[in-house]
Design a protein around this ligand. Structure first.
Ligand SMILES: Cc1cc2nc3c(=O)[nH]c(=O)nc-3n(C[C@H](O)[C@H](O)[C@H](O)COP(=O)(O)O)c2cc1C
Length: 166
């Protein structure tokens, strides 16, 4: 495959970008007593001092109205074996939190119990980037699951450590 054409399609870009291995996170917020969450792999660190991270979400996402500047946010880095949770939080029309063990952090945001790492803080800025929105997050608290390996994601598949992918 080559991306040398004048017009790169979304599918071409997805195929090329998909070679870049990442982790998988669940981004959550807590709004008026209601928990909202979705699966996000477009997550990265942004700043050390002050502590900030960032993630991006499709503008068509139904979670966008809840992800506003100042909103509390939780980010859970899924652990090896938590692939089913990544699917659950990417499925529409289901209770995404059903059967999920959560711990409340920061301003009551739910984070996934047993995750490889978690961050809690609030959204600082929202920028438009093409058909996605980019969120910068001030991290107020974070932690890691000692000895817990993260779930790996590449080419649309989850890779447990040592596996061929699923
Ligand atoms: C492994 C995985 C990674 C994903 N990464 C992202 C992402 O980085 N950004 C995004 O907008 N959607 C991502 N998605 C898709 C959303 O989770 C999915 O579209 C979800 O339905 C959005 O929920 P909402 O419309 O209720 O907000 C990912 C899905 C999976 C399974």
């Amino acid at each position: 495959m080559t991306c040398a054409d004048l017009t790169v399609t979304g599918e071409q870009l997805k195929e090329a970008v998909g070679t870049f291995p990442s982790g998988v996170t669940i981004v959550t917020t807590h709004d008026g007593g209601r928990d909202v969450g979705l699966t996000v792999s477009a997550f990265t660190s942004l700043s050390l001092e002050p502590a900030m991270v960032m993630f991006s979400v499709a503008s068509t996402s139904s979670s966008i109205p809840y992800l506003t500047a100042g909103a509390p946010v939780g980010i859970s880095v899924l652990a090896d074996g938590q692939g089913p949770l990544a699917r659950q939080f990417a499925t529409r029309g289901v209770d995404r939190f059903s059967g999920v063990d959560i711990i409340r952090r920061g301003r009551e945001v739910p984070v996934i119990d047993g995750s490889a790492a978690w961050f809690a803080g609030e959204i600082v800025d929202v920028f438009q980037g093409g058909d996605h929105a980019i969120f910068t997050v001030a991290v107020r608290e974070c932690g890691t699951g000692r000895g817990v390996q993260p779930l790996l994601y590449q080419r649309g598949r989850f890779h447990d450590w040592g596996s061929q992918g699923s």
